[in-house]
Design a protein around this ligand. Structure first.
Ligand code: SPD
Length: 374
């Protein structure tokens, strides 16, 4: 054999050895019970998937794994930042969502539009765990369509490092003189009903006003502080409070409390003039209800979330109040005793739900667009 052939033979030998090792390594995989995903797409493998459309950062992630472990159903979560975004997405033709989480007034709107299934309470073993004060809300009498998931309030988040006294009136947020102190460090929710609702309350009007003159006044209130507003943001304001990028926010109770866990100087106040209270609700889409398998999985998911220990675990993570009375024993006593999460009666009476304002929704949208573009 010519010496010149040695390198080629060596390469051939190495290649043969590598192939042998590779096929040995592949053997156990080939014998494993689970075929690689590319050989068996989820549908063929019978993988059960439930599509959940939820507010951002609004579930203890471990719950997905617990549910899948028990039922074999994989929950795929997608998130939205406002009720209007949720509605637009569904009206835009998204038919794949099984369980969605609209707030009170949006439940009423979606029922009117025929977008939600009726709920058969007998399919929900844990329905009885709900606090009776949540079982007959004005937006969904008798909970015919949805099951409340969390409830909370919309108020003012702040950092004690910036304040000597709590900013306990809407005046603190909407007063431009005050706002100049926090130039660029104010954040408002990216949510037309919440922002205009707070401005309306600050003026002494109903947050559900359909009166154009009142809404124009509310618009001026918001525009007056707009130069000092860093962002209209519903997703990251709690992080920005922690970093100090914002000093004053219009925010949702639990989001601000999760910021407080990071920095104890952060606090939340429900203004003395009153504020918006809300529930977010687990609802089955009409699309899912048309398919018996999707419908069944949706019931399983809603019922699982209403198990006392799961609902308790969820509140301990997101810091929003649970409408599930049986969950109380699983909720951290610190959260239960926190008046800003579970407001006392005298504060509770000053809270109002946002309502479906019907045709005036267009007026709200127009004013919201004017605020955004001015
Ligand atoms: N981070 C999720 C917060 C969800 C709050 N939903 C409030 C809706 C009020 N209309």
């Amino acid at each position: 054999m010519k010496k010149a052939l040695y390198p080629f033979l060596l390469i051939l030998l190495i290649a043969l050895l590598a192939t042998a090792c590779a096929s040995e390594a592949a053997t156990p995989e080939a014998e494993s019970e689970e075929p690689p995903a590319e050989e068996a797409p989820p549908e063929e493998a019978g993988e059960k998937v439930l599509n959940f459309y939820n507010w951002s950062e609004y579930i203890e992630p471990e719950i997905f794994a617990l549910f899948e472990e028990e039922t074999g159903i994989k929950v795929v979560e997608d998130t939205f930042g406002s009720n209007e975004d949720l509605l637009a997405k569904l009206q835009g033709g998204a038919t794949g969502y099984d369980v969605i989480v609209p707030s009170d007034y949006m439940v009423a709107t979606m029922v009117e539009l025929g977008m939600l299934a009726e709920i058969d309470h007998s399919k929900l073993e844990n329905f009885a765990n709900l606090d009776p004060s949540f079982t007959d809300p004005p937006y969904d009498p008798g909970l015919a369509h949805c099951v409340p998931y969390f409830w909370g309030t919309t108020g003012i988040g702040f950092n004690w490092n910036d304040w000597e006294e709590a900013p306990s009136s809407w005046e603190y947020l909407f007063n431009p003189e005050n706002a100049t102190e926090f130039e660029g460090r104010i954040s408002l929710l990216d949510d037309m009903r919440e922002v205009l609702g707070a401005a309306l309350i600050s003026l002494g009007y109903s947050p559900n006003s359909t009166n154009e003159a009142e809404l124009q006044e509310a618009k001026e209130v918001v525009l007056a502080i707009k130069p000092y507003v860093a962002a209209f943001d519903s997703d990251t304001y709690e992080d920005n409070l922690v970093t100090g990028d914002v000093a004053l926010v219009l925010g949702w109770s639990g989001d601000v409390f999760t910021a407080q866990v990071e920095d104890e100087n952060i606090d939340y106040v429900i203004p003395e003039e009153g504020a918006v209270k809300w529930t977010d609700n687990l609802c089955i889409t009409a699309d899912a209800a048309a398919d018996p398998q999707r419908l069944e999985m949706a019931y399983q998911w809603i019922d699982f979330l209403n198990r006392p220990e799961i609902a308790g675990m969820n509140t301990n993570f997101v810091w929003y109040a649970s409408p599930n009375a049986a969950a109380e024993e699983f909720i951290d006593p610190e959260i239960l005793g926190y008046e800003a999460v579970y407001p006392p009666e005298e504060v509770f009476t000053k809270l109002q739900f946002l309502e479906n304002v019907g045709e005036a929704t267009e007026l709200y949208s127009r004013i919201w667009t004017e605020i955004s573009t001015e």
